[in-house]
Design a protein around this ligand. Structure first.
Ligand code: HEM
Ligand code: PLO
Length: 487
């Protein structure tokens, strides 16, 4: 205890009552925007205390990298919160689990399973292409009439994750899929707000309505997950691994055979299996879908970008075949557009909060044990010293002078985080986003329906930065009207 001699702590915001009113005044701002703005007054690294929690906000990439990479293990903890505890049966998952052998073990298992089924293999490309084809088919049936693409994109992405996790897929209007859409929205709207609620009174989590919605949604999700687990247990013979759930079951079985109690110790209980699959399923659906929605929203705002992607597709892929993963090399402008979407609208603008496992430092500042460290990725991605016109959507900033190669023009870019807590799904997400967008844009031009206004680009802050609902018309491109590329 006690303040070490000579210790210098990050700049602190004024004490509570003041912050309360300051934040109240600022209540129209989303947290990541407010934290970005507070730099003007307090510098890029500052802290405040809320209740018993000491919170540090990091707005500069050098500090962010020190936290995530150089001192990744020290800052590898996670805070507990009422809502995430509800979602994950007290942090028996990966994303919201504190640093522990159990967390490490599950991360390793999932990582191995994901590489086995997908990343880099033909299997995953096939699965994604099948869903892309189905999505394009759906768009054709809507020809000309305005549609909300969100549920269609969600279904396509859900089916990819569903194949990976459960070796299953949903048809349009499948009641189980509709149920999933509903509970997922319920969770996204309410979860993880409480870790910020002390700070942001206007987030209004305390109304029990939100907690009720969350509990109800989680109960429905758990029932679905439970059913999948039961089916998999019954079908699993101990050898053939068809999906992530099989892989987890196999690990559990082999551990139980080798050593009676170790599976309990390391956390391979049914609860852990369910929550881990729940994480991958939830992360797999919400993040990738969100990026696709942002991409469409920006393409509507920047039709020239859309036209340029289509030109690239026409020249490099042509009209005789569908895009494939290996086309990423020859479609740098599309890849740059995806990078720019992930910059300008990061899926997780504050990542997930980190916790200092013991006393440490960031830059020249002492950080006490148990401090919650929030990386403001929004600030990194909108830093005017690193990005020219950061508010402008400019895919070209990710291309070299010749426009042939993707490169990262700034260190201040971490859409998937970094270090020991780095996203587990980066490779999968990138494959999906690339294939879905290339398939759609090869054949369709996306436009704002007559009479509708352009999509809102502010979004809605939550556990992911959500896109507000908007409609699109997907017009079959003229050149494609006489081409039959049967899938
Ligand atoms: C964590 C971004 C897609 C699984 C994270 C984090 C970010 C992130 C920023 C937090 C890192 C931190 O707290 O330091 C994204 C983006 C995605 C995406 C931008 C899409 C473009 C996915 C997908 C999956 C996934 C498809 C699953 C297949 C996870 C998991 C964690 C995580 C399990 C928690 C890791 C841990 O705490 O140990 N992601 N993600 N993500 N992501 Fe993703
Ligand atoms: C999304 C809603 C699901 O029903 C449950 C779920 C599980 C894992 C969460 C995910 C939600 C939101 C995005 C998260 C992911 C873990 C990692 C990912 C927080 C709540 C990110 C972007 O950090």
């Amino acid at each position: 205890g006690g303040k070490p001699r000579g210790a210098k702590y990050p700049n602190s915001l004024p004490c509570l009552p003041f912050i309360g009113s300051l934040l109240h005044l600022a209540s129209h701002l989303a947290p990541h925007i407010l934290f970005n703005k507070l730099q003007e007054k307090y510098g890029s690294l500052y802290s405040f205390k809320m209740g018993s929690h000491y919170i540090v906000i990091v707005n500069h990439h050098e500090h962010a990298k020190e936290v995530l990479l150089k001192k990744g293990k020290t800052f590898g903890g996670r805070p507990r919160a009422v809502t995430t505890d509800l979602l994950t049966r007290n942090a028996k998952d990966i994303a919201f689990a504190d640093y522990s052998p159990t967390w490490k073990f599950h991360r390793k298992l999932v990582h191995a399973a994901l590489s086995m089924f997908g990343e880099g293999t033909v299997a995953i490309e096939k699965i994604i292409s099948r869903e892309a084809a189905s999505l394009c088919q759906t768009l054709i049936t809507f020809q000309g009439s305005p549609l909300d693409m969100a549920p269609e994109l969600t279904r396509a992405v859900t089916n990819v994750v569903c194949a990976l996790c459960f070796n299953a897929r949903y048809k349009r209007c499948d009641p189980e899929f509709e149920e999933m859409l509903a509970y997922s929205k319920g969770i996204v709207d309410t979860v993880a707000k409480d870790s910020l609620v002390d700070i942001f009174p206007w987030l209004q989590i305390f109304p029990n309505k939100d907690l009720e919605i969350l509990k109800r949604s989680v109960a429905i999700r758990d029932k679905l997950l439970q059913k999948k687990l039961k089916e998999h247990k019954e079908a699993f013979c101990g050898e053939e691994v068809n999906d992530l759930l099989d892989a987890l079951l196999k690990a559990k079985l082999s551990m139980e055979n080798n050593n009676s109690n170790i599976s309990q110790e390391v956390g391979l209980t049914d609860d852990h299996l369910l929550m881990t699959v729940g994480d991958i399923f939830g992360a797999g659906v919400e993040t990738t879908t969100t990026v696709l929605k942002w991409a469409v929203a920006y393409l509507l705002h920047y039709p020239k970008v859309q036209a340029k992607i289509q030109e690239e597709l026409d020249v490099k892929v042509g009209f005789g075949r569908h895009p494939v993963l290996s086309d990423r090399r020859i479609l740098p402008y599309l890849d740059a557009t995806i990078s720019e979407v992930l910059r300008i609208r990061p899926v997780a603008p504050l990542l997930i909060p980190h916790v200092a496992l013991h006393e440490s430092s960031i830059g020249e500042y002492t950080i006490p044990q148990d401090a919650r460290v929030v990386i403001n990725l929004w600030s990194l991605h909108h830093d005017p010293n690193e990005w020219e016109n950061p508010e402008e959507f400019i895919p070209d900033r990710f291309l070299d002078e010749n426009g042939n190669h993707l490169y990262t023009p700034s260190q201040s870019y971490l859409p998937f985080g970094a270090g020991i807590r780095v996203c587990l799904g980066e490779a999968l997400a990138k494959m999906e986003i690339f294939l879905f967008l290339s398939w759609i844009l090869q054949r369709f031009t996306l436009e704002v329906p007559a009479g509708d206004s352009l999509p809102d680009l502010d979004g809605k802050f939550g556990v992911v930065l959500q896109v507000k609902k908007f409609r699109v018309t997907a017009k079959l491109r003229e050149v494609w009207k006489n081409i039959d590329l049967t899938t």
